[in-house]
Design a protein around this ligand. Structure first.
Ligand code: IPM
Ligand code: MN
Length: 349
């Protein structure tokens, strides 16, 4: 019996999460997966009502679950950073979810803005480091608000943190398919301390994986190749900040933010799954947002829980629905969120 904590949070989060849960129910019934969900009232509304972001008691409770399923955080009435740091990043750090797994996969039937590229060209996996780098919040300000203001924001990398994500990426690359190619994306030509650590660690760990071909690409060049030759990539490992940026680009080449899912994984602890899109406040409550990413996040969750058959069934259902057409990959007409969820749930077989 899996116990899943559900945090729909803000904006379109609750609507897309509802569809994800619908598809989870369908897959669980077909494949005999037993689970229960408990929903948590976390997010902008609670913050605006009570001033609480992520109470200690909730954090303690979340530690007891098998997985966390999250919608989206962010609200126009809340200053930027409060919910992002207070909920999303807090959970990633608190539960040491050091892997942020983000598949960039163009499903058949979905249009990519890249001319002459198809599903066989766009199928890669970004393994983003999720607990270090620019995200740790080290640094500070001096003489704030004056003409002499100084601000520093340090990127922090540890040997242990770098090594564990690189090792995870090598292992995953080996398991994923027959295309044994892992690219380190960095900026070692400029970040000569931090990314030198990444390069050396990558080379050392790589010695243990002689079957895997490796490359190192600078992040700016990687952005160019995502657009020009995405077929060059199979598995990518990269730091927190660059992983954030290239996966938004990745979401675009796979057809839209509405199809891109991600997992925040602690292989030995509590992992959290989410669509990578934000709360999209302007679409909230209209039933327009595509739930495909949120549904794909459920697929990733089942996979991580060890329910590979149920996960594969969701993947097939998503692909079948998209192939039929009429499934929005960003936003659709009002009501299409629910219709898409119904359609995919019905196709789970
Ligand atoms: C993401 C988001 C977050 C990040 C924000 C909301 C803190 O952009 O999940 O990619 O930067 O990681
Ligand atoms: Mn992002």
């Amino acid at each position: 019996m899996y116990r899943i904590a559900v945090l729909p949070c803000d904006g379109i989060g609750p609507e897309v999460v509802a569809e994800g849960l619908k598809v989870l129910r369908a897959a669980a019934e077909k494949y005999g997966v037993e689970y229960e969900t408990v929903e948590y009232d976390i997010g902008a509304e609670r913050y605006l009502r009570t001033g609480e972001v992520l109470p200690e008691s909730v954090k303690d409770e979340l530690a007891q679950y098998d997985a966390i399923y999250l919608g989206a955080v962010g609200h126009p009435d809340v200053p930027p950073g409060v919910l992002e740091h207070g909920i999303l990043l807090a959970l990633r750090f608190e539960f040491d979810q050091y892997v942020n797994l983000r598949p960039v996969k163009l499903y058949p039937g979905v249009e990519t803005p890249l001319a002459d590229k198809g599903p066989e060209d766009i199928d890669l996996l970004v393994v983003r480091e999720n607990t270090e780098g620019l995200y740790v919040g080290m640094g500070g300000s001096m003489k704030k608000g004056t003409p002499d203001e100084v601000a520093t924001q340090m990127a922090t990398y540890t040997r242990k943190g770098t090594e564990r994500i690189i090792r995870y990426a090598f292992e995953l690359c080996r398991k994923r398919n027959d295309d044994l190619n892992l690219t380190l994306v960095d900026k070692a030509n400029v970040l000569t301390h931090g990314h030198d650590l990444w390069r050396r660690t990558f080379a050392e760990v790589g010695q243990e994986y002689p079957d895997i071909e490796t490359d190192c690409h600078f992040v700016d060049a990687c952005c160019m190749w995502f657009v020009k030759n995405p077929e060059w990539y199979d598995t990518i490992v990269t730091c927190n900040m660059f992983g954030d940026i290239i996966t938004d680009l990745g979401a675009m080449i796979q057809g839209g933010m509405g199809v891109a899912a991600g997992g925040n994984i602690n292989p030995e602890g509590v992992s959290m799954f989410e669509p990578i899109h934000g709360s999209a406040p302007k679409h909230a409550g209209l039933g327009k947002a595509s739930p495909v990413a949120a549904i794909a996040a459920v697929q990733m969750m089942l996979d991580e829980l060890g329910e590979a058959d149920a996960a594969a069934a969701i993947d097939r259902a998503i692909q079948a629905a998209l192939a039929e057409g009429d499934v929005p990959v960003t936003t659709g007409p009002e009501g299409s969120t629910q219709e898409t969820g119904d359609k995919i749930a019905a196709l789970v077989g």
